[in-house]
Design a protein around this ligand. Structure first.
Ligand code: SF4
Ligand code: SF4
Length: 100
């Protein structure tokens, strides 16, 4: 696994639905991706995910810096924040229940 991929903590929070509103707000919802194994916190199609799920996006540096669909706790977002290069386009509101 590359240094970049190791930044992902496998929290799976990016695998839940999001509701974008007017380009200024992204609301994170409770609905998981159909391929997410919630109990074991793993993607069931990981190696083919980009082929089989067109909505699934690989997190590259540009997404870590600009994407509003990553939660503030994401390892890639934290990397961008540590380097002072995090500029999400929309504000993020989380409605889903996070781990206790
Ligand atoms: S396909 Fe993508 S969004 Fe769905 S569970 Fe796998 S990694 Fe998450
Ligand atoms: S939100 Fe970030 S750290 Fe969590 S699974 Fe998605 S890419 Fe990995």
């Amino acid at each position: 696994m590359s240094d970049w991929e190791e930044k992902c903590t496998r929290c799976t929070l990016c695998c839940y639905s999001k509701l974008p509103l007017y380009d200024t707000l992204v609301i994170f919802m409770d609905q998981p991706c159909e391929y997410l194994d919630e109990e074991n916190k793993r993607c069931t199609i990981y190696s083919d995910r980009l082929k089989l799920n067109k909505k699934c996006l690989k997190v590259n540096r540009m997404r870590a810096i600009f994407s509003s669909s990553l939660p503030d706790t994401c390892g890639y977002v934290l990397w961008a924040k540590q380097n002072h290069i995090r500029f999400p386009r929309a504000r993020i509101v989380e409605l889903r229940k996070l781990d206790e």
